[in-house]
Design a protein around this ligand. Structure first.
Ligand SMILES: Cc1cc2nc3c(=O)[nH]c(=O)nc-3n(C[C@H](O)[C@H](O)[C@H](O)COP(=O)(O)O)c2cc1C
Length: 336
């Protein structure tokens, strides 16, 4: 059974849905002694199966796979309608129709079945935690189950249900907050404070995530008892990453500058480069994945048109430290 403490290099490449995580990125990071993750989010089960197979062909080192755990959510229809009206001028400017806001669970059951079938070495979950029955089944099938948590209460509950390890995500992280309660306001407890509280309270290995862009950052997390540092933003410019060209250019270009937490793009709090769309829609309602579907055509058009002020450009606060390089080199540079 996989054990995080056996990694040669205590570095995990965070799962990044929407393109950046590729089988080539996973095999490069795991091949360098760290742990790479594929991201199942937004993909069909068939696409995920093909990616796992490709990563397995490319490396005999451990392969991780990340799943969204989306619980039913009843978004407010009046708030969704008002937000649609607010977005119509944006859609007209880009010559697209907005999508239909709707809930779906990202093929949750089919992807859980797939995990039991293809058996990645590690499966991680975000946005929620599977029940004790599912976690027990994963353990019986030899799959290490890691659960993303953002508060000490989530950490204790994930361990109580049987998580094999925790990914503790702090507020500097790029992309979505893994907070289980989609209505909870984003918590700003710094990662190191969160680790200081969580590590002594649980008896499973803890991986630290959020704002780790160099060896000093990972070392600080290890000093507090984490067994590895998980970095996403630091890999966005990796040669093997599938990050789109607009996202790559925005990370190194003059604008937008700084990052901000928003739910304007997907209805769930996420950190990205602070652009005009975030500022103009700062009061966007909750509703994931309703808003994801509503804004999807607009975001795709913005990427195609090279519009950095409308595209969603997920990034953590440390994005200025991201470098273009082979992923193995980035992995080694993150190692204390
Ligand atoms: C572009 C991008 C996409 C992400 N997608 C996912 C995802 O699919 N699943 C997940 O659990 N976390 C996702 N995250 C969050 C990461 O797992 C991790 O918490 C975060 O990258 C750590 O902070 P850092 O970006 O400062 O390194 C994503 C992050 C980014 C930047």
């Amino acid at each position: 059974m996989f054990d995080l403490r056996d990694l040669d290099v205590p570095v995990v490449a965070a799962p990044m849905a929407g393109g950046p995580s590729t089988p080539a990125l996973v095999s490069a990071v795991s091949g360098a002694g760290g742990l790479g993750f594929l991201a199942a989010g937004y993909r069909t089960p068939d696409q995920v199966a093909a990616q796992v197979a490709e990563a397995r062909r490319a490396t005999s080192a451990p392969v991780g796979l990340n799943l969204f755990l989306v619980e039913p959510y009843a978004a407010d229809p009046a708030a969704l309608a008002a937000y649609r009206r607010a977005l119509e001028p944006e859609a007209r400017r880009h010559g697209v129709d907005l999508g239909t806001p709707r809930w779906d669970d990202d093929h949750r059951e089919a992807k859980l079945d797939l995990v039991l079938d293809v058996r990645p070495d590690v499966v991680s979950f975000t946005f929620g935690c599977p029940g004790a029955d599912v976690l027990a089944r994963l353990r019986q099938h030899g799959v290490h189950a890691m659960v993303t948590v953002t508060t000490p209460a989530e950490a204790r509950e994930a361990v109580r249900r049987g998580a094999a390890s925790l990914a503790v995500q702090g507020p500097a992280a790029g992309g979505h907050r893994g907070r289980w309660d989609p209505d909870a306001a984003p918590d700003d407890t710094p990662l190191l404070d969160l680790l200081a509280e969580v590590v002594p309270a649980v008896d499973v290995p803890v991986v630290a995530a959020g704002g780790l862009v160099d060896a000093a950052g990972v070392e600080a997390a290890l000093r507090l008892g984490a067994v590895a540092g998980q970095a996403g933003t630091a890999y966005l410019l990796a040669d093997e990453a599938g990050t789109n060209p607009l996202h790559r250019a925005a990370l190194t270009g003059p604008e937008p500058t700084g990052t901000r937490v928003t739910r304007a793009f997907t209805g769930r709090w996420a950190r990205g480069l602070a652009n005009r769309f975030m500022a103009d829609h700062a009061d966007a309602p909750a509703g994931y994945p309703h808003l994801h579907h509503l804004t999807a055509p607009l975001r795709a058009a913005a990427v195609a048109a090279g519009d950095v002020q409308v595209a969603h450009l997920w990034a953590g606060t440390g994005y200025r430290s991201a470098r273009s390089a082979p992923a193995a080199e980035i992995t080694r540079a993150l190692a204390p």
